[in-house]
Design a protein around this ligand. Structure first.
Ligand SMILES: Cc1cc2nc3c(=O)[nH]c(=O)nc-3n(C[C@H](O)[C@H](O)[C@H](O)COP(=O)(O)OP(=O)(O)OC[C@H]3O[C@@H](n4cnc5c(N)ncnc54)[C@H](O)[C@@H]3O)c2cc1C
Length: 348
C-alpha cells in the first residue's frame, strides 16, 4: 500500500545529528524523523571517549582550531574548522544544560579527558559511554517535538531541481513523505568495511540517496581508521578501545614489548589517529593498560572492561591485541557551513 504524509521538515536519521537538528528547529515546526531503528542502528549510542570542546584551563577555540588544522595535515577547510571549534563549547554546554550526565570534577566543572592530537585535555565525557548519555538526553527532549517513523528511506523526491521529501518503506508500506525541507543525517559507512568499529546500520545510505538525487559529494576517499580496535574473534565488527585509554596512560607495544610509536611521531600514543593507525598496521601490536590498575579501569572505562571480558580478556591483567578498523567517514554530502547541499531544500 502507498500512503502520503506531509510535514514541514523531514529528517532521515535519529542519531545525534538528526535529533540535534530537530531540537534546533523553531517551535511549531512539524518534524518527522525516519530512522532504521532495529533494522540498522547508528553509531551515536556507541560513542565512547567524549566530545571535543575548548572548555578547560589553557584552552581556547583558537587552540582547538590550530590542533584540528594540524592533524588534518593541510586537508582541512579553515572556515569549517573555525565554526567547529567556536561552536563546540556552546554545544557541549547546551547538552549539559539539557541534563546530559557528563563527568564532573569535585568543583563541579566538566571533567575533560585527552585524546590524540590535542594539546590539552579537551573531551567532555560520560565515563566511556558518552554517546549513550548524549542519546538518552536528546531522545528525552526530542520525543515531545517530533513524530518518528521506523523505516528505511529508499529515495529522495526531487522535482524541478528541488527536494520535496522522500520515499520510505515502513512496516511493509511505501510512504511518500512530502516535506518543505529534508535533512540527511544518516551517519557513516564503516559497516561496509571488512574490519570496523561501527554498528550494522552504518551503510552509507545517505551518500547513495544524495548521489542518486544528483547532489554533490566530496572527499569520500577520506575514511578514518581507528588504531585500537580489539583484534579478537572473527566478526568484522570490532570492540573499540577508546583513545581516552591512551590519554589516561595506556601504551601501544609490539611483540618485544617496546613502545614503538615514538619511532613514528614525537607524541607517541597521542599522535594523530591516522599516524597511529598506519604504525599499528605495520606490525602486530597490543594495548597495554595493565599499569592503569583494576580500580581506575573499572571506574573510568566500564564499557571497555565489560567488552573485553566478553572476549575472555581482562585489561588489568592481559595485553589487548589491537588492529586498525574503519571508524569515521570524513567525506560525505557536500554542504555549505549551514548544511545546504547542492540541491535546494536538501540539507546534510
Ligand atoms: C564505537 C564508536 C565510538 C565512537 N566514539 C566517539 C567519541 O568518543 N567521540 C566522538 O566525537 N565520536 C565518536 N564516534 C563517532 C560518532 O559516534 C559519530 O560520528 C556520530 O555518532 C554520528 O552521528 P550521526 O547522527 O551522524 O549518525 P548515526 O548516529 O550513525 O545515526 C544515523 C541514523 O541514520 C539512520 N539511517 C541510516 N540510513 C537510513 C535510511 N536509509 N533510512 C532511514 N534511516 C536511516 C540510522 O538508523 C540512524 O538513526 C564513535 C563511533 C563509534 C562507532
Amino acid at each position: 500500500m502507498t500512503s502520503r504524509l506531509e510535514t514541514d521538515v523531514l529528517i532521515v536519521g535519529a542519531g545525534a545529528a538528526g535529533l540535534s537538528a530537530a531540537l534546533h528547529l523553531p517551535p511549531g515546526t512539524g518534524i518527522l524523523v525516519v530512522d532504521k531503528g532495529r533494522m540498522g542502528q547508528g553509531s551515536s549510542p556507541w560513542a565512547q571517549g567524549g566530545v571535543a570542546a575548548a572548555l578547560g584551563p589553557g584552552d581556547s577555540a583558537e587552540l582547538h582550531a590550530q590542533d584540528t588544522a594540524r592533524v588534518a595535515a593541510g586537508h582541512g577547510d579553515p572556515s569549517a574548522i573555525a565554526v567547529l571549534a567556536s561552536e563546540a563549547v556552546e554545544c557541549v554546554l547546551e547538552l549539559a544544560e539539557l541534563g546530559c550526565a557528563f563527568d564532573r570534577n569535585p568543583d563541579g566543572s566538566l571533567h575533560l579527558s585527552r585524546e590524540g592530537g590535542q594539546s590539552v585535555p579537551r573531551n567532555a565525557h560520560a565515563g566511556d559511554a558518552t554517546g549513550s548519555a548524549i542519546m538518552k538526553t536528546l531522545r528525552e527532549h526530542a520525543i515531545e517535538r517530533v513524530r518518528r517513523i521506523e523505516g528505511v528511506c529508499l529515495s529522495l523526491a526531487v522535482a524541478e531541481g528541488r527536494c520535496h521529501g522522500a520515499w520510505v518503506v515502513a512496516g511493509g508500506d511505501l510512504l511518500e513523505i512530502r516535506a518543505r525541507s529534508t535533512v540527511l543525517a544518516t551517519g557513516g559507512v564503516g559497516a561496509l568495511y571488512a574490519s570496523t568499529t561501527n554498528p550494522a546500520g552504518a551503510t552509507g545510505d545517505g551518500l547513495a540517496l544524495a548521489w542518486e538525487a544528483g547532489a554533490a559529494l566530496a572527499d569520500l576517499e577520506f575514511v578514518q581508521f581507528h588504531p585500537t580496535a580489539l583484534a579478537v574473534g572473527s566478526s568484522h565488527q570490532r570492540l573499540l578501545l577508546t583513545e581516552a585509554l591512551r590519554g589516561a596512560g595506556a601504551h601501544v607495544i609490539d611483540a618485544e614489548g617496546r613502545r614503538f610509536l615514538f619511532e613514528h611521531h614525537s607524541d607517541g600514543e597521542l599522535a594523530p589517529r591516522d599516524v597511529v593507525a598506519r604504525a599499528v598496521a605495520s606490525r602486530h601490536s597490543w594495548l597495554d593498560c595493565r599499569h592503569l590498575g583494576k580500580d581506575l579501569l573499572e571506574k573510568e572505562f566500564p564499557t571497555v572492561v565489560a567488552g573485553c571480558r566478553r572476549h575472555g580478556l581482562d585489561p588489568s591483567t592481559d595485553l589487548l591485541p589491537i588492529t586498525f578498523a574503519a571508524h569515521y567517514a570524513v567525506g560525505g554530502v557536500t554542504t555549505d557551513l549551514d548544511g545546504r547541499t547542492s540541491i535546494p531544500r536538501l540539507y546534510a
